[in-house]
Design a protein around this ligand. Structure first.
Ligand code: HEC
Ligand code: HEC
Length: 345
């Protein structure tokens, strides 16, 4: 009887065979994907995605940009001559050593003027579908006119900036060499925009994982990514920039603003369109290098990623925060720190 009981039925045979075949198929697929990724890892600018259906794509390892314009744009980005009193440069509020931000709630412009909205990162800004929290600039070129003329940022004007730049031989020569129009407001913002497109940060551990290197993330980090998708964070934070490709309302599931007075900056996209349905809508921010771009949210009210998650859970998902799951998601978010010019940020 004992022997009879242990005997495998034809149906069980089939099941075992199916499981074994499935296992072999997964193993072969895994192997070929890893091989594909390895074979291509020398071709720097080729994107290989091991999981073609992932809603996030890795940042290309190389972008083709005019190196002379990048160099010129970099000089301009660092140059305080773009401000009225020569005190503030783009880098003052978008410091590349601080994740492309100033790491404070609100930025300080000329004459110690305090802004009213958190400074977003310039890293990977070339991948955003529009610029600014409320999307009021469609392109980086359109954006860069803003801060120069903004009274609480650089408080200047091209007619004031251009004569100052013309006194510098490097600028005089470069603009003549690179642009038929020479040194103008438009060519200044063009060079800055080309430089900003060079501020892409590839090769985050998460991107290595997407390219097929399973060992790039720990089990906990992979679990964090799974939860990120399962909880629907991915519905808003997605694509190459893990954000930056749509507007969403802050407080879809509850009223984020019940605890404080609403100020103009909180109205979001409404400030641009004056349409009621755009109230409190913001461009979904990128989560790339998010470990470095604190404090968070347009009002800089969240100091840590844990603080932000409470808001996302309550206001964006309408759920109660679960400590352990939040911890795992934060672990995942920390794998999104990439490299700039080959160095980890
Ligand atoms: C005084 C601080 C300050 C200075 C100087 C400054 N910015 Fe900003 N920048 C900000 C703030 C604050 C925002 C967000 C404003 C908003 O969305 O309404 C911003 C937004 C941006 C954005 C949009 C990013 C995104 O994700 O929407 C880019 C790009 C940018 N700045 C580039 C520049 C460049 C280029 C310069 C120099 C010409 C510059 N900034 C100078 C504070 C500053
Ligand atoms: C319904 C869309 C939506 C969902 C779902 C969502 N977010 Fe957000 N997220 C936003 C918007 C919009 C902002 C910007 C809000 C603001 O600053 O006013 C934001 C901001 C953030 C920020 C701060 C970014 C910064 O630079 O300030 C983090 C981090 C973040 N979300 C992570 C998450 C995580 C993790 C989840 C899932 C638990 C999630 N989000 C779910 C839309 C969403």
């Amino acid at each position: 009887m004992d022997y009879q009981a242990k005997k495998i039925s034809p149906l069980q045979h089939l099941v075992i065979l199916a499981v074994a075949l499935g296992g072999i198929w997964i193993a072969v697929k895994d192997f070929s994907l890893t091989r594909e990724a390895n074979a291509n890892s020398t071709q720097a600018d080729q994107i290989v995605i091991s999981q073609p259906y992932e809603p996030i794509t890795p940042i290309p390892l190389n972008l083709d940009l005019d190196p002379l314009k990048v160099e010129l744009g970099e000089k301009l980005y660092q140059d305080p001559r773009l401000s009225h009193d020569n005190s503030i440069s783009c880098a003052s509020c978008h410091d590349l050593n601080k994740g492309g931000t100033d790491q404070v709630k609100y930025s300080t412009g000329i004459n110690d003027a305090l802004g009213g909205i958190n400074s977003p990162t310039t890293y990977n800004s070339g991948f955003n579908f529009v610029q600014f929290w409320d999307g009021r600039a469609e392109t980086l070129e359109a954006q860069a006119h803003g801060p120069v003329h903004n009274p609480v940022e650089m408080g200047s004007h091209w007619s004031e900036v251009i004569p100052k730049l013309k006194q510098v031989p490097y600028y005089r020569d470069s603009f003549v060499k690179l642009y038929p129009d020479g040194l103008t407001g438009d060519t200044i913002v063009d060079a800055i925009a080309v430089y900003e497109r060079s501020l892409y940060t590839p090769n985050a551990r998460f991107d290595q994982f997407l390219r097929g290197d399973r060992s790039a993330l720990t089990k906990e980090e992979q679990e964090g990514y799974r939860l990120f998708k399962e909880y629907g964070c991915i519905g808003c934070h997605q694509g190459i920039n893990i954000g930056g490709n749509m507007y969403q309302t802050l407080g879809v599931m509850d009223d984020y603003f019940v605890h404080r007075d609403v100020v103009e900056a909180d109205l979001g996209r409404y400030n641009v369109t004056k349409r009621d349905w755009n109230l409190y809508q913001f461009k979904v921010p990128t989560l790339r290098n998010i470990a470095l771009t604190f404090p968070y949210l347009h009002d800089g009210s969240a100091e840590t990623l844990e603080d932000v998650l409470k808001v996302m859970w309550n206001s964006q998902l309408g759920r109660e925060l679960r400590e352990e799951e939040a911890r795992l998601i934060v672990t995942f978010l920390k794998t999104l720190t990439g490299e700039y010019r080959g160095m980890k940020l």
